[in-house]
Write a protein that binds this ligand. Structure first.
Ligand code: ADP
Ligand code: MG
Length: 751
């Protein structure tokens, strides 16, 4: 172990030149304490200054190096004074826009001057633009180029703006003129120069006061250290595991990613830009492997825990099955068997039930609950919102009350003695099934013998809660089984890499007889026609939803939009019975409205996105979604899933507000084309990336640094297999590998 201690994971960054207390503190903010941390602080992306792009082939949002001749330069006095320079390369044109500049610079931009610029292409009001590009005058007076450049140059060592030419009043806008990441922050002199370079420029995740140039200089030192002593960085993954995957050696991959070679060539350059280069895959593989190992560790810790063995005699389950108005699908039967077998074990079940909207997860939950009740234990069912918990209560009541099973609903609406009575029924074990929100996990809620916790809509809870739930219901060293149900359609590969500590059951089949939902998109200008359609449908005895959305996550504004829509529709459709629900209406007033809609006593339900999940009214066959462009794909799919739940043909009208952005149009197109939640989720992932789709940023779930479980999905299986082998043959490598990638993050550590 002695030589391990001399490794880079034990070498503090303070050993590098230029790292004093201040820089050290900033590095720490990036999670960098050792040379190993620094080497695994990998570029987020690269800037390509190796190739000159023609102005005819610019793509919005791309950072490119271009050249052109000044056609015309003028100062525009709009909302904010700006210098606009139009350049042309004979094939296309581009507008350069500066918000701070000096007179000398304006004068330097005489027509005919040749400029080279590097910057991000943006869509301007008239044409493509670059805002504050890095600039070099190719023909003209050299100092003028420097003069223009120095405006946005930052001193590499202090991180302070040096812009000596910046007029005082312009200082305020200097920061907002360019996005922080693209702002040429460091390397005084060099950055301003848009000269072409031989190699791709790595861009590192940075922090205030520690920008690209410093990070590059520090990484240079660390790489030099590694070059002198390659053994200081252990590759914890034996070559026998990486070689069959044709992945390069760790040290080689690190060198290549930090400092792409100068003679890269177009193919390698593209591979790096697109993150498909083997060096990139090597590190993505290592990261996924480290995550898998961390998840295994969680699993192992769990298997050491004990849970009640819940076999049951099957009698209650038999009675429910006999009463169901439908036959279970093959997929439902399969997952019920998987869950059932788990709960007969003495180690706690941790199972994720994946199933698209309308796939019939509730009845699966009911049958699982019955097994637990047969075995003499209680069940807690937790939903993310009050409304949803109410819905679950109703579905379960329908099925369980005839079997003489007592349910309890713990809601915010219960207070005082009523609440006390409910808590007492739970504590005494009288209430066999308890439905509620996360309030169920308050300390005052005590169960007599909790055997199973069912959590619906997992994505709303997040991993931290999942971990903390484990403790709830612990009794005599035994913790309850857990079933997590999600309608967020996560592709299996993603689920495995993100929830790798859970077992998976998947309902991959919808109940038979479902009519496909026809989805149409109409502009707001066709509102009249949409209202007529609602009327016609309701006249035929069907029911409809009218969903109001707002871009703000403000309850109050959403509520107001729904109030307005309801008032308007009541006026225009006097013959219809119209109900209204939104987040500002109290649960006790909302419940009768929902019940009336479910019972067919209301024709039209005007609602906010509170109805997104769980509402189940098979006779509702038409849904109007106002301003669908404001919602994400997953949310739209969830909403749409409220119709098409019966045997009636259903439709969803997306009533948008033109003009649509490109992304909004794409989302709406996908929704019109695709019915399957899984394919929609895949499209969503491609458009937005895993973190956003899972809502993990807020929820604190697993974030990958490099790997992208969607894009690198082929590596996931390999990483899982490698995890098995590493645990079996090189167990002493497991901890250092986890530490290398997950470092001081505690998401995994605490079990
Ligand atoms: P979700 O998976 O979205 O929670 P639900 O459990 O609400 O779906 O089920 C949707 C609808 O399908 C409900 O009305 C339910 O009673 C019905 N259902 C469930 N399983 C079947 C089945 N095997 N055959 C027919 N209808 C079913
Ligand atoms: Mg449901």
């Amino acid at each position: 172990m002695a030589d391990l201690n001399a490794g880079l994971d034990q070498t503090p960054v303070e050993r590098l030149k230029g790292v004093g207390p201040r820089i050290s503190e900033r590095l720490q903010r990036l999670g960098i304490l050792t040379l190993q941390d620094l080497l695994f602080h990998l570029p987020l992306r690269y800037q390509d200054r190796t190739r000159l792009r023609s102005l005819a082939e610019l793509v919005v949002n791309e950072e490119v190096l271009v050249e052109g001749e000044v056609v015309d330069a003028q100062i525009a006095h709009g909302r904010r004074r700006s210098l606009k320079i139009r350049i042309d390369d004979g094939r296309g044109a581009l507008l350069l826009r500066f918000f701070y500049f000096s007179r000398a610079q304006v004068e330097a931009m005489r027509p005919g001057r040749r400029l080279r610029c590097f910057g991000e292409v943006r869509q301007g009001p008239q044409m493509l633009e670059m805002v504050h590009p890095e600039l070099q005058v190719l023909e003209g007076v050299a100092e003028l180029a420097m003069g223009l450049a120095v405006d946005w140059t930052t001193d590499a060592t202090t991180g302070r703006e040096t812009g000596s030419e910046v007029a005082p009043e312009d200082n305020a806008v200097a920061g907002s003129a360019t996005s922080p990441e693209t702002s040429p922050d460091t390397e005084a002199g060099a950055v301003a120069d848009a000269a072409s370079q031989q190699r791709l420029t790595p861009i590192y995740p940075a922090t205030e006061g520690l920008q690209q140039a410093s990070l590059r200089a520090l990484t240079d030192q660390a790489l030099e250290w590694l070059r002198r002593d390659p053994d200081a960085l252990q590759d914890w993954i034996p070559a026998s595991l990486t070689a069959p995957l044709k992945l390069p050696a760790l040290v080689d991959a690190l060198f290549l990613l930090h400092r792409p070679p100068a003679d890269a060539g177009a193919e390698l350059t593209d591979a790096l830009l697109e993150r498909s280069h083997p060096a990139f895959l090597r590190l993505a593989f290592d990261e996924m492997l480290a995550h898998q190992l961390a998840l295994r560790r969680l699993r192992r810790a769990r298997s050491a825990q004990r849970a009640p063995v819940l076999s049951g005699d099957g009698r209650l389950r038999e009675r429910l099955r006999a009463r169901l108005p439908f036959a279970l699908t093959g997929a439902q039967q399969r997952v019920i068997a998987e869950i059932g077998a788990d709960m007969e074990q003495s180690r706690p079940m941790m199972r994720l039930l994946l199933g698209d909207v309308g796939s019939g997860k509730t009845v699966v939950a009911a049958l699982a609950a019955l097994q637990v009740i047969e075995a003499g234990h209680q069940v807690a069912l937790m939903a993310p919102t009050e409304l949803l918990s109410e819905q679950h209560l109703q579905s379960l009541q329908l099925w369980l009350t005839p079997l003489d099973i007592e349910l309890a609903w713990l809601s915010g609406r219960h207070a005082g003695s009523e609440r006390a009575a409910i808590l007492e029924r739970i504590a005494a074990g009288q209430a066999r099934v308890v439905v509620g929100t996360h309030a169920l996990f308050q300390a005052e809620v005590r169960f007599a013998e909790l055997g199973l916790v069912i959590i619906d809509e997992q994505h709303r809870f997040g991993v931290h809660q999942r971990l903390s739930l484990r403790e709830k219901g612990e009794r005599e060293g035994r913790i309850p089984h857990q079933l997590i149900m999600t309608a967020t359609p996560i592709p299996r590969s993603l689920a495995m890499s993100v929830y790798g500590d859970l077992d998976l059951s998947e309902i991959d089949e919808l109940p038979p007889g479902r009519q496909p939902i026809t989805t149409v998109a109409l502009p707001e200008t066709r509102r009249e026609q949409v209202i007529e359609r609602v009327q016609a449908s309701c006249r035929d005895g069907r029911q409809a939803y009218w969903v109001c959305t707002l871009v703000e996550e403000s309850d109050a504004l959403q509520a107001q939009a729904a109030e307005d829509a309801a008032a308007d529709l009541r006026e225009r459709l006097p013959g219809l019975r119209i109900g209204l629900v939104h987040g500002r209406i109290k649960a006790q007033e909302r419940a009768p409205v929902m019940a009336a809609f479910k019972a067919g006593e209301l024709d039209l339900l005007v609602a906010t996105t509170v109805i997104e999940v769980g509402v189940d009214v098979p006779n509702a066959s038409l849904m109007i979604i106002e301003n669908p462009e404001r919602l994400g794909l997953a949310q739209l799919h969830q909403l749409r899933g409220r119709v098409g739940r019966g045997a009636i043909e259903s439709a969803c009208v997306l009533m948008y507000h033109p003009p649509l952005t490109h992304a909004a149009r794409e989302r709406i197109d996908i929704l019109r084309r695709e019915a399957s939640g899984f394919r929609i989720a895949e499209a969503d992932l491609r458009m937005r990336g895993a973190g956003e789709v899972l809502g993990t940023r807020q929820a604190g779930a697993i974030q990958f640094r490099l790997a992208d479980p969607m894009r690198d999905s082929t590596l996931i299986n390999a990483a899982r297999q490698a995890a098995d082998r590493l645990l079996a043959h090189w167990p002493e490598h497991v901890e250092p590998l986890i530490r290398r990638w997950l470092g001081r993050r505690d998401d995994y550590g605490q079990v």
